[in-house]
Design a binder for this molecule. Structure first.
Ligand SMILES: *Cc1c(COP(=O)(O)O)cnc(C)c1O
Length: 241
């Protein structure tokens, strides 16, 4: 029997298309990142071979294991989890093209030091806490411009935009303001014209809220459950220090 992820991917692309049509956006301007935490490399392979290209992992250890298994299969990989400084060295071995979760200067500085040593560079997104929930990572919207100004001075890091995990809520009228806040923040940062800073990427929207995110300006959505099914581990396992 075919892996259900193939059917689910069709559904996701329909959802993306419908959301784009509703607000007059071109579906080609939305990138789909498959959030692959807990998903075995074998299943990720199936999705990649069906035409997907971009995956994102939350844990360096898990990324490392799958990195070897996915060698030879064309794809691009981002890091979307909470980054700890003692994992930077291993992370850089896994050839990610973007780290979406930079949310504090200390980690940016350490990443910069290691990249300098290895003579490498890295695209990053600044992760913003758009929901005011204490349990979540991300710089507060008020502190974002200041953080970006500081990080922009680190020559190995290239800021490409913002990332957020919205509010976990079924209520649209609570979720939408988080995404709108991100769009406003993006526009505000553009006005600051900070040297070397690009703001093209707005990474927001997951399985349950991707339509709202697209309506509010997302350019990259990160989808796990709606493609691969429910995970056994609770998300708190992936979102802790
Ligand atoms: C797990 C995860 C996702 C995907 O969440 P789903 O609800 O399974 O679609 C997106 N972004 C991040 C940072 C995640 O950890």
């Amino acid at each position: 029997m075919d892996d259900p992820c193939l059917h689910n991917l069709n559904l996701i692309h329909h959802r993306i298309n419908n959301a784009c049509v509703a607000v007059g956006r071109n579906p080609n301007t939305i990138r789909l990142l498959m959030a692959t935490k807990t998903v075995p490399a074998q299943r990720i392979k199936i999705a990649l071979q069906a035409g997907e290209f971009l995956i994102g992992e939350n844990k360096v250890q898990e990324l490392k294991e799958k990195f070897n298994e996915l060698k030879g299969i064309p794809h691009e990989s981002h890091f979307i989890g909470h980054l700890q400084s003692n994992k930077i060295k291993d992370l850089l071995k896994c050839k990610v093209s973007c780290i979406q979760s930079i949310d504090r200067f200390e980690i940016a500085e350490k990443l910069h030091a290691r990249l300098t040593f290895e003579k490498k560079e890295m695209n990053i997104l600044i992760q913003v806490n758009s929901s005011d929930e204490e349990s979540k990572f991300g710089v507060s919207p008020q502190d974002t411009v200041e953080l970006i100004k500081k990080v922009s001075l680190l020559s190995t890091l290239h800021i490409k935009g913002l990332m957020t995990i919205g509010l976990f809520s079924a209520e649209e009228n609570k979720v939408r303001p988080c995404f709108r806040k991100m769009k406003d923040l993006q526009q505000d940062i553009i006005k600051h014209k900070i040297n070397g800073v690009e703001m093209d990427v707005l990474s927001m929207g997951m399985s349950h809220d991707l339509e709202i995110a697209i309506e509010e300006g997302a350019t990259l959505i990160r989808v796990g459950t709606a493609i691969f099914g429910e995970r056994i581990y609770p998300d708190s396992y992936y979102w802790k220090e």
